[in-house]
Design a protein around this ligand. Structure first.
Ligand code: UDX
Length: 443
């Protein structure tokens, strides 16, 4: 495909999803303009700084900025003038005090952009939204855009995982194009040509199906995690070992071992709020029963957090108050600085609330954690927070925590007691080194 026919792209919202999408598309040869209403974020990106932790992204940002194909702005007018295809990548968090999805950022993006759309263009939603949103936004666009019916809406859900965002964007498992016309499909095809050329499978659907694919995928993953964690609860009551159980299940190709890792459960900016918003939306449209199991998936997930605290309390002889607790991990998963709905910090804060003297260390998420929870105490390394600890609790399975030597940790703690909230350590090795070792779902 020649450069001349490549559509010019804009990316509205430059968080984890949008910044990655903008940088990756520019790296593929597209002329990209990224927009955010947060002037600080735009300033950082313009100066070549990624405002969050994502391996590989800073290097790719530097390279694409040099190419001149990637610029940033806070002006919707400029974005409308630049783009043939506008990707909407803003956040859709959970509404405070409700399970519903907060669509105010999506609505604001459409309201900001539409009045400047004076020519034929395609607006593409990438954010995770309740089914039916695209239909509503189509009406909004047509009403507000001077170009009226010339402006179309499509939905192209994004499946990237934090920590692997660049690779997931450049080499996705599949592309889903939710479209209402052949023209929209052709525009999307032109916008992803280099990725399609890799042989990436593509599924073309209507708008509602494309919206649903994303929540259905995340619900499935959350269900799989909660399934093995429910088995952990059964193991706890019977003396069985969920680690071996998971291993045995994983050999069955039909089940597979991915997302079958038992432990403290899922968190982050997607899985928890997506299953809640899905259940909420399903209830709204009268099919709540079909996904009522998602409420249970959520409940199982939350119980893992309290069970982890129970294990700590048991190791401490029944009393958390006044005890020194070293927490390894704050991020919702390794290779991320994201603390949204992070199980690790939830556990740390609850133990702090119960009177424990909690110190937290995380290789990437400390700044975010400090800002959000200034009441907690933080340290500079695993060994630092473990000084004189009555118990160590591994909450996020960073590689550097897996590599900690039992003898090195033993040299600084007060008592050799460890709760492995992620099944990240070798129980036998730690027990052989004189540690009292406990893990969820294992004897
Ligand atoms: C997820 C989806 O994977 C991605 O496709 C979607 O676009 C956004 O939501 P992400 O939130 O980045 O991505 O994290 P993911 O790697 O999916 O992990 C989610 C959570 O599940 C983490 O808290 C992780 O610790 C937990 N998890 C994962 C488990 O507890 N057990 C597992 O076996 C796997």
């Amino acid at each position: 495909m020649s450069e001349a026919v490549l559509p010019r792209l804009t990316v509205i919202g430059t968080g984890y999803l949008g910044a990655t999408h903008a940088v990756c598309m520019a790296s593929l040869g597209y002329d990209v303009l990224g927009l955010d209403v947060d002037a600080n974020k735009i300033k950082k990106l313009q100066s070549g700084e990624v405002p969050f932790f994502e391996p590989g992204l800073p290097e790719l940002l530097a390279k694409t900025m040099e190419s001149g194909r990637l610029r940033f702005t806070t002006s919707f007018e400029e974005a409308a003038a630049h783009g043939d295809v506008h990707f909407v990548c803003v956040g859709t968090p959970q509404q405070p005090g409700s399970d519903a999805c907060d669509l105010s950022y999506v609505d604001a993006a459409i309201r900001g952009l539409a009045p400047y759309l004076t020519r034929r263009s395609l607006v593409v939603g990438k954010s995770t939204v309740p089914v039916g949103t695209a239909e509503r936004l189509t009406g909004m666009l047509r009403e507000l855009a001077p170009a009226g019916d010339e402006v179309e809406l499509a939905w192209n859900p994004e499946f990237l995982r934090e920590g692997f965002a660049v690779d997931d964007t450049l080499r996705p498992d599949r592309l889903v194009f939710g479209v209402a016309s052949d023209w929209a499909r052709d525009q999307l095809t032109a916008s992803f040509q280099p990725i399609l050329d890799l042989g990436t499978p593509i599924v073309v659907t209507d708008l509602a199906t494309a919206e649903l694919v994303k929540v259905a995928a995340n619900s499935f993953l959350a269900t799989k995690i909660s399934y093995i964690n429910a088995m952990a609860e059964v193991c706890e009551a019977t003396g069985a070992d969920v680690r071996d159980l998971a291993k045995a299940l994983a050999y069955d190709d039909r089940i597979g071992g991915r997302f079958l890792q038992p432990g403290l459960g899922f968190g982050g900016g997607c899985l928890p709020k997506d299953i809640r918003a899905f259940a909420h939306r399903a209830e709204e449209i009268g099919v709540g029963q079909a996904v009522s199991f998602l409420r249970e998936v959520d409940a199982i997930n939350r119980r893992r957090r309290s069970r982890t605290i129970d294990l700590v309390r048991e190791l401490l002889g029944g009393q958390l108050d006044g005890k020194r607790v070293a927490c390894l991990g704050a991020a919702f998963k390794p290779n991320s600085d994201d603390i949204r709905d992070a199980p690790a910090l939830d556990v740390a804060r609850t133990m702090h609330g119960l009177g424990a003297n909690v110190r937290v260390y995380d290789p990437a998420a400390l700044d975010n954690a400090r800002r959000a929870y200034p009441e907690l105490r933080y340290g500079t390394s695993a060994l630092d927070v473990a000084q004189d600890a009555d118990v160590v609790v591994l909450l996020t399975e960073w590689a550097e925590f897996r590599e900690v030597q039992p003898s090195a940790l033993a040299a600084v703690v007060k008592h050799r007691r460890i709760v492995d909230g992620r099944h990240a350590l070798d129980a036998e090795v730690w027990r052989a080194a004189g540690w009292e070792y406990r893990a969820l779902g294992s004897p």
